[in-house]
Write a protein of this length. Structure first.
Lengths: 138, 138
DNA sequence: CGGTATCCATTTGGATACTG
DNA sequence: CAGTATCCAAATGGATACCG
């Protein structure tokens, strides 16, 4: 274990704090999409992310903006246009995020399979032991 | 945008499913620690992860085991000994996870700074507009 | 179009106590 | 040691309605 590793292991705080913000589903999605789109409008983004509510997308974008990862540009037009993009800091996140994205695409099947096997085994174990342990205390 | 990118962007489902499981704080922590420790006992793991409750660590480990990412080995001794490690599938996750870990260590400071700036700006805006807009409807 | 505000059900997760 | 079980407060997040 290198010094660097030791420092990382002991200082889970930074990692923890970062994960509290960017470790949720929607944040990872947004950064992933933005890294490909360059710049994109609110509703485009909403359509790109399956299942996100307007509320959650707004909150996610505000948090990412607050943390200096995402830019928000308002064009004073009618109807209003707001475009989102990655900051320089945000762009440095695309490496880790995209490698996680690639990993998901590649190994999702294996996870699904593992779940089935695990669940089948649990069901079998539960069925095998209908008898209770009877014992007297004292 | 390559074909691969298009496929990833449209199929957020796999990514979404994977993130629902491994995208939380504790899971990332556990995989990160295990990638360094090789194999480790329950309470060692608990001590390594600041702030995790016994309940959450158990749940996290069960889920990771179910998804085929973590092995659980019981040694029938007294007192009982249970050791956790990464499966081969789990080991493939260490690349993405550790790069996220490194990113956190490197950029945590920038995020903290960005937050301060954002919050100060918001406070200033709030203080600047105590006047309300009065208007008559109809 | 791009939000905000409110309500409310569900989920999450810590604390605590108990067990083999 | 390595859990399991229960309780309960807080956070999460969808649905809905409304606004500039």
């Amino acid at each position: 274990m290198s010094l660097k590793d030791t420092a990382q292991a002991s200082n889970c705080t930074a990692m923890s704090d970062v994960l509290n913000r960017i470790g949720d589903k929607w944040s990872v999605m947004v950064v992933g999409i933005l890294s490909r789109s360059g710049t994109i409008r609110f509703n485009e983004l909403k359509r790109s992310i399956n299942g996100v509510s307007q509320r959650m997308l707004t909150l996610t974008l505000r948090n990412l903006e607050r943390d200096g990862l995402v830019t928000r540009t308002i064009y004073p037009e009618v109807p209003p246009r707001v475009e989102y993009g990655l900051t320089e800091l945000g762009k440095t996140l695309t490496g880790p995020i995209n490698s996680l994205w690639d990993w998901s695409a590649e190994h999702h099947g294996s996870i699904i399979d593992a779940r089935s096997i695990y669940d089948d085994r649990q069901t079998a174990v539960a069925a095998e032991a209908p008898r209770k342990i009877a014992y007297a205390r004292g």
